[in-house]
Ligand binder design. Sequence first.
Ligand code: CP3
Length: 343
Amino acid sequence: MPEKTILKALAGETQATPPIWMMRQAGRYLPEYRETRAQAGDFLSLCYNPELAAEVTLQPIRRYGFDAAILFADILLVPQALGADLWFVTGEGPRLSTITTQAGMDKLKPVSEIHETLNPVYETVRILSRELPKETTLIGFAGAPWTVATYMIAGRGTKDQGPAHALKSENRPLFEALLDRITEATVEYLSAQIEAGAEVVKLFDSWAGSLKGDDFDRYAVEPARLIISQIKERHPGIPVIAFPREAGDGYIGFHKRTGADCVAVDDSVDAAWVAEHVQVDGCVQGNLKSSHMVTGGQALVDETRRIVDALKGGPHIFNLGHGITPDADPENVQLMIDTIRNG
Ligand code: CP3
């Protein structure tokens, strides 16, 4: 059995106190993050600066002693490495050059060239694997093909992923060729992170919830299964966390269908339901509402206890249902941790 608490949970061990980390734990709610980000310039410069990216990854570990550190990077670095233009508009979010035609697809770089752009990320991983405390697990990550494709097709975040759904129905071969290219790049990217020292990898499918029926099977389940099987073939023993956000009933059977060691769940599903329908197949991660990190108080304590209690019968990694927001109070994070660790 592994020693680190996160790896124990991922190996299927039920623990009296669940290990804890938080999506976006290195982020704008922390004054030390804002300071380092200002030093780096913009967000992308921070992602591609190994020393500073490692520094912001370490900040929440120093402050809170989380059980895992997640590499500081972004899911949209893969499109950029494939040749898309990428920039961030302050207060609005990402912008990319769009791909909606074969000509656009033809302009993408071959997967073998992505490392030229992504090498600094691997260097961040190497620094972290030297500098993290020995009990802290290092998680690498990538976006899942569907979620990454929604940004590459629309050129930005969208509420309903309309442009990606439109391309899927109007030019399915092109849509599928794009997903295949992202799938292949993701396997190479995650493998390189593992070779640099990532001990676990996580696949973020933030927009999986807008895929229904067959589309969910073809574009959320199948790419995850392909990526996980190739990662496991190349790197036996490396656990994978899958996060098909807002999958609803699609969470049921997701471990078995994809080979994921852990399924992360968002806060739209009840923890008791998760225990009954998802945790029966293996480790689950989640799922406190991020808004509690803003509002705090007794409601935060009660809800944290309720989730821990609902999921105590099986392997569980405590996390939020989605990323912590910039308006969160750092003291509420400490309150959540104290509630979990001290009862
Ligand atoms: O969790 C972590 O702390 C690790 C780093 C990480 C970031 N983004 C840093 C980030 C991870 C794992 C991501 C994943 C990511 N990025 C996702 C999937 C998870 C999710 O949130 O659904 C998505 C969809 C993106 C794309 C992205 N990056 C968007 C839409 C935005 C803008 C929204 C926002 O919060 O501002 C980003 C920017 C981003 N990525 C920030 C951080 C810390 C904020 C940038 C800043 O400092 O200004």
